[in-house]
Design a protein around this ligand. Structure first.
Ligand SMILES: [Zn+2]
Ligand SMILES: [Zn+2]
Length: 567
């Protein structure tokens, strides 16, 4: 109750009351006399007359007013503190706080909220979004830094920045924000009384800065005002629409104007978060946004006067939807149709103004901008093949479902489609972990065949087209590294009902490793033979398959060597 006193709007009657309290008579109460109301008394001689027990100084009174005047409550003027927390030589950084007016209680509350026991600042004090116009506070914070004495804004773990303590206290009192009604003005509470009365004032930027920073000189305030105008100038955009491929690409790819943190929702998004923006797709043959240029969509975009993109939105053009009502499997109204209006994707923008402007345009053409599920079902986009099977250049589709089916030269947005447009890498379709190096077929881990020799993955068919398994060591090798070689083997054949053991020659595919280590090249036969199956002829320096020694004219000598007859 300390904040309030009762003043009397007209001269009252003062009665002596039998209330057990020492009532002083002959009180000279006049209109406007201030006193503290202890309690209002409703019962009495005349119930129509409001009466109250009051204290003036240390004396109690009961006063009665004519019914028509009643009690007038007024806030008591507070006694303000001379806040000198950052008491420097000049006291200057605390001056805005003192000009506003703070009580001890307010200062105590502030300090306990933001200063730790060891005297250092809690990091929470720098959380700019707790201010009601955080963009403005970010701006002010940034620009004022340049004008503040270096030693006053030092951060150290053990000591706190005196400047910041005063700076944020000042902001929490004046609560500045950009005016919504008066373009360019700054709305704030001019002093503590205005805050109590909830009366805000919209000041010109220069005036507002002078109030908040009384320690800055005119030139510094001038710099702030100029920067403020540049930063927060109302933006003017020009709106364009097109169905052409190059314009889809331009609107997606061209540089944006500066971001001003727009309010976002399901249908309003900041361009800063769009994964499809910018020049990240330059390496692709087609920009992903090109696929919208199918004739079913248009791009709506804004440019600034200096040519930057302010916002964009992809919109499905109106389309005809025929009745699909069936009875016993038969279409009942095959010629009935509805014309469905434009259906917009979420609007991506750099600021509220730009998003609002596109939304207004969409409203003006009667577009549905709820981005509801299924709004784009049946619409077609271009099937821009990118070499891989089942894979096309295309953007992440903003409206669900994000599934597509290939129909001729188009992809149709289709809930049951087998191609996905959820990828933000610039392509849509089925994504495989591997693609056959040879024929580009998409492959999962279990059906890809990796070649040690080439370092590439192949489908099964292509793999075995170019690889052969060495029948000696079982390694899989490139065909060019495989040769035919021979060895002798035995088998049992039944001849005239008698099982007979016979030798025969087996040809096999072997790798070059095996041919060098386990096989021998026989010059006369021009064949590779297994090492165990050949005889080395010292005399001639050649190797001959053992079973061919006789046929080739070799005879074994007494010392186990072989020589050719007659030599
Ligand atoms: Zn293949
Ligand atoms: Zn081998």
């Amino acid at each position: 109750m300390n904040d309030y006193v009762v003043a009397i709007s007209e001269d009252p009657y003062v009665y002596k009351e039998d209330s057990g309290i020492n009532i002083q008579e002959n009180l000279n109460l006049k209109k406007g006399t201030r006193f503290e109301l202890i309690k209002e008394i409703s019962q009495g001689v005349c119930i129509h007359e409001p009466r109250g027990m009051v204290r003036i100084g240390d004396k109690h009174y009961v006063i009665t007013l004519e019914p028509k005047y009643g009690w007038v409550l007024k806030r008591e003027k507070l006694s303000y503190l001379n806040y000198e927390y950052s008491n420097t030589d000049k006291h200057k950084y605390a001056s805005a706080v003192n000009n506003f007016g703070v009580t001890q209680q307010m200062v105590d509350h502030y300090l306990t909220t933001y200063v730790k026991e060891d005297g250092s600042l809690k990091s929470d004090i720098h959380r700019l979004n707790r201010h009601r116009d955080s963009d403005l506070v970010v701006f002010i914070n940034k620009i004022v830094q340049d004008f503040v004495d270096e030693d006053m804004r030092q951060f150290e773990a053990s000591t706190h920045s005196k400047f910041y303590l005063d700076f944020y206290l000042m902001l929490s009192l004046y609560k500045p924000r950009r005016s919504q009604r008066f373009q360019g003005k700054i709305t704030m509470y001019k002093d503590h009384q205005a805050l109590l009365d909830e009366k805000e004032t919209a000041f010109k930027a220069g005036r507002a800065f002078s109030i908040m920073f009384p320690y800055l000189d005119a030139a510094q305030i001038g710099i702030m005002v100029d920067s403020y105008r540049t930063m927060f100038a109302p933006r003017e955009f020009e709106l364009h629409t097109s169905m052409e491929s190059k314009d889809f690409v331009w609107a997606y790819k061209h540089e944006h104007c500066k971001y001003q943190d727009p309010d976002t929702s399901m249908t309003r998004k900041s361009l800063a978060v769009s994964c499809m923006r910018g020049s990240g797709f330059d390496h692709l043959d087609h920009h992903p946004a090109e696929f919208y240029a199918s004739g079913d969509f248009m791009i709506v975009w804004l440019t600034t006067h200096d040519g930057f993109i302010g916002a964009r939105c992809v919109v499905r053009l109106p389309h005809i939807k025929y009745s699909t009502y069936k009875k016993d499997g038969v279409l009942q109204y095959p010629f009935d149709y509805d014309v469905v209006p434009h259906i917009a994707a979420p609007v991506y923008g750099t600021c509220d103004t730009s998003i609002n402007m596109i939304e207004e345009y969409l409203d003006s053409i009667g577009a549905d901008r709820s981005s509801h599920f299924g709004g784009w079902l049946g619409a077609k986009v271009l099937a821009l093949t990118n070499g891989h099977n089942d894979r096309y250049f295309g953007a992440y589709i903003d409206i669900e479902p994000r599934m597509l089916s290939r129909v001729g030269k188009y992809l149709i947005i289709d809930d049951d489609g087998d191609l996905s447009a959820e990828d933000t890498g610039g392509t849509v379709g089925n994504y495989y972990e591997y693609y056959c190096y040879n024929c580009d077929q998409g492959l999962d881990d279990y059906d890809q065949h990796y070649s040690e020799a080439t370092g590439n993955s192949y489908c099964e068919t292509c793999y075995y087209d170019i690889h052969t398994t060495c029948q000696h060591c079982d390694d899989s090798c490139l065909n060019e590294d495989i040769i035919t070689a021979y060895r002798r083997s035995t088998r049992i054949r039944t001849i005239n009902e008698t099982p007979t053991r016979e030798e025969y020659t087996l040809d096999m595919d072997i790798c070059t490793d095996c041919s060098e280590n386990e096989f021998v090249y026989c010059e006369e036969q021009d064949e590779h033979w297994r090492y165990d199956d050949v005889q080395h002829i010292e005399d001639e320096g050649i190797d001959v398959p053992i079973h061919l020694l006789g046929d080739s004219g070799f005879k074994e000598t007494e010392d186990g060597e072989y020589t050719r007859e007659g030599e």
